[in-house]
Design a protein around this ligand. Sequence first.
Ligand code: SF4
Ligand code: SF4
Length: 94
Amino acid sequence: MVMTTFEEKIQTPRFKVDAIPHIVVHAEVCHTCSVRACVYVCPANLFVPLDDGGILFNYEECFECGTCYIACNEEGAIEWSYPRGGYGVTFREA
Ligand code: SF4
Ligand code: SF4
């Protein structure tokens, strides 16, 4: 069996975007966060720090790894769930 690394898998993701976000970031919490771990841990670089202290987040190209939820555990700004069935990321064509 040929093993595929995570790095290889994330080269060719496909996304079926749901209109309902599966991750919600409560930006009012981000204004008081000095760590901003989400910016550094997200492998898809979906968290962008803003000059006003807020965070810009787009869920559309999320890899569904859950890392941001764990990294933001103390601050608790992130509501996380998987996308509804049929939506989200696919790393390989069936
Ligand atoms: S770690 Fe959490 S609270 Fe801090 S900026 Fe990121 S999402 Fe906001
Ligand atoms: S689940 Fe993973 S890929 Fe998606 S936003 Fe969080 S850290 Fe980024």
